[in-house]
Design a protein around this ligand. Structure first.
Ligand code: ADP
Ligand code: ARG
Length: 344
């Protein structure tokens, strides 16, 4: 039985926008540090069920391979070549979409960042990964109550210690087969770790799919609160680290689905009625620009009718628009769920 929440696979963006004849024409392209088209498409080729299928090895990938990437990016993010990305991290008060705590289990907002001048994770050396880790830990060391924060370095943990910690802490695991093919898992678990700030719900994954994944998460449905916390840490880091950025594309990251705001604002939400009518759920999500993921993260199944609903588009909308998209979408899904259960 297919329990995967993603819309049935048709064709990856890679296959759609890089047919064999164009691949032949462009196959000798590479960036200054030697990231090739073959490197970029390896994951998509080895995993024909990819939805995107391409990764960037460095910031320059987006310029050198723009003929391929622009149309993929435009389609994924509903963007166009004449537009420029804008950022807005200002506080955004929103009404609680689930004041009686009937549907939303938890809220999580993450934003990816890569350090300027370093290869991205598909192409980075171990030495550079270590440098990224050091630079981040130094920059974050005077963030608020640094004395009450901690960094869990994976390298020092036995498998058993890791498993035990992972039961209670949001640690990341070695990447899936898509990331494996892209080269992202190279040298795992070296130079990987998770930083926890004094506020338990504010953390950073170091050297997962991107150099940094800044994450704000909490039980319940306080989307504005989670946003205020992540905005605070992102702004703090922005003043201390040079991130890879482009005037048109915003923050540049390993996967083109994650550029722009690089923000995925989501909730875990229990929707038993819509679980029985998944096509309706998927159609509504698509219409409202939302992504539906599984309970255990991307490409996982649904447990206990709990869906991960988040903004799909990350480029061409600001961060505040990301959370408004989530907020509007979740409010609509809750209304649909109430109608299905007869409580409206
Ligand atoms: P990412 O968000 O970094 O792109 P995933 O979709 O794989 O990647 O999610 C990462 C992890 O975060 C997974 O373990 C997933 O179950 C967890 N997660 C996602 N959203 C929530 C949420 N709203 N509440 C709690 N955990 C969440
Ligand atoms: N490369 C995978 C695919 O094409 C994942 C794409 C989006 N997700 C991500 N984590 N970058 O299906």
């Amino acid at each position: 039985m297919n329990n995967q929440p993603e819309i049935a696979h048709t064709q990856s963006l890679l296959d759609k926008h890089l047919p064999p004849d164009i691949f032949e024409k462009l196959k000798d392209l590479q960036t200054g540090s030697g990231f090739t088209l073959h490197d970029a498409v390896r994951s998509g080729r080895e995993n024909p069920d990819s939805s995107v299928g391409i990764y960037a090895g460095d910031a320059e990938t987006y310029r050198v391979f723009s003929e391929i990437l622009d149309p993929m990016i435009n389609e994924y993010h509903r963007f166009s070549n004449d537009r420029r990305h804008m950022s807005d991290l200002s506080p955004t008060p929103l009404e609680d979409p689930d004041p009686e705590h009937l549907y939303i289990v938890s809220t999580r907002i993450r934003a990816a960042r890569n350090l300027d001048g370093f290869a991205f994770t598909p192409f980075i050396s171990l030495t550079a990964r270590r440098k990224v880790e050091q630079l981040f830990l130094k920059a974050v060391s005077d963030y608020r109550l640094a004395a009450n924060s901690r960094y869990i370095a994976y390298e020092n943990l036995s498998d058993k210690e890791f498993q035990t910690l992972a039961q209670s802490l949001p640690l990341f695991r070695k990447g899936d087969r898509f990331q494996e093919s892209a080269g992202i898992n190279r040298d795992f678990p070296k130079a990987r770790g998770v930083f926890f700030s004094d506020h338990g719900g504010l953390l950073a994954w170091v050297n997962e799919e991107d150099h940094l994944r800044i994450i704000s998460m909490d039980q319940g449905s306080d989307i504005s609160g989670a946003f205020t916390r992540i905005a605070d840490l992102l702004t703090f880091l922005e003043n201390r680290i040079n991130f890879a950025k482009d005037s048109r594309y915003g923050y540049l990251n390993a996967c083109p689905s994650n550029i722009g705001t690089a923000m995925r604002a989501g909730v875990h939400i229990r929707l038993p009625g819509l679980d029985r009518q998944r096509n309706t759920l998927y159609r509504t999500a698509e219409k409202m620009n939302l992504q539906v993921r599984g309970t255990g993260g991307e490409k996982t199944g649904i447990r206990d009718s709990i869906f991960d609903i988040s903004n799909k588009q990350r480029l061409g909308i600001t961060e505040t628009e990301c959370i408004r998209t989530l907020h509007n979408g979740v409010a609509a899904l809750i209304r649909m769920e109430q109608q299905l259960s007869g409580s409206l």
